[in-house]
Design a protein around this ligand. Structure first.
Ligand code: PGA
Length: 254
């Protein structure tokens, strides 16, 4: 496997001062991150400060969202190039919380990904089934639809990178472990679908598939040890610098 990719999603959980303290602790641990790619995603308001704190640490800064137009009368929105100007290289798109609470549709997700790719940023497309989808045997149908809606009609040029984060919605924030074999199987289904959308070569060279949902220091090693799991997207456990460093260590050991 390439270097595992570990993305911290701080959501809207930290006051500015808390984000700065956490960023300093993460930067301090970063000497132990060699061999992993670590990205932290604070709120928009903290991007510049956290990017400054991370300078020289090897940890990069990502955003939790962006808008799909380049510029214009879009009150309250933030463009991909504004993010790039703050040193952001990676942007989470279509997180289930945005799909649920902000009405983020597949079409919006698609447009955001197209914009991000066009300005050379790396989208992290989140896909995942709900508890009911899974109970009704619809998990794969839902995932394939989300992938096709988000990525259909796009292609990846040499300089472009894409991350797909498989996050079962029923696991996010639940503290639940998932059988690593089930995760591996799902990642293989996602990979196959990506092969159909792009080429096998493009996927192998430009796409990573990571797992998210209650990832912690204890389960990360089992997840990342699976061959199709290229890394993890971490919410709750990324808010504690010690736990987060233990997650990076666990992923490196796997
Ligand atoms: P969690 O969140 O680690 O708290 O489950 C993951 C996410 O929502 O990206």
């Amino acid at each position: 496997m390439d270097n595992p990719l570990i993305i911290a999603n701080w959501k809207m959980k930290l006051a500015p001062s808390e984000a700065h303290v956490l960023a300093k602790k993460v930067a301090k641990s970063s000497a132990k991150f060699t061999g992993a790619e670590v990205v932290v995603c604070p709120s928009f308001t903290e991007l510049a400060a956290v990017a400054g704190i991370m300078e020289g640490s090897g940890v990069t800064v990502g955003a939790q969202n962006c808008f799909w137009e380049e510029q214009g009368a879009f009150t309250g929105e933030v463009s991909a190039s504004q993010l790039a100007a703050h040193g952001v290289g990676t942007v989470i798109v279509g997180h289930s919380e945005r799909r649920a609470h902000l009405g983020e549709s597949s079409d919006m997700v698609h447009r955001k990904i197209r914009m991000l790719l066009s300005v050379g940023l790396r989208p992290v497309l989140c896909v995942g089934e709900s508890f009911d989808d899974r109970a009704e045997g619809q998990k794969e149908v839902v995932l394939l639809r989300q992938l096709h809606d988000a990525l259909g009609g796009l292609w990846l040029t040499d300089a472009q990178q894409l991350v797909v984060a498989y996050e079962p919605v029923w696991v996010i924030g639940s503290g639940q472990d998932v059988d690593p074999k089930e995760i591996e199987h799902t990642h293989q289904v996602i990979e196959q679908s990506l092969y159909d959308l792009f080429s096998r070569e493009a996927v192998d060279e430009h796409v990573k598939i990571i797992y998210g949902g209650s990832v912690d220091p204890e389960n990360v090693g089992r997840y990342v040890a699976e061959p199709s799991v290229d890394g993890v997207l971490v919410g709750t456990a990324s808010l504690d610098a010690t736990q987060f460093a233990a997650i990076v260590a666990g992923a490196l050991k796997a």
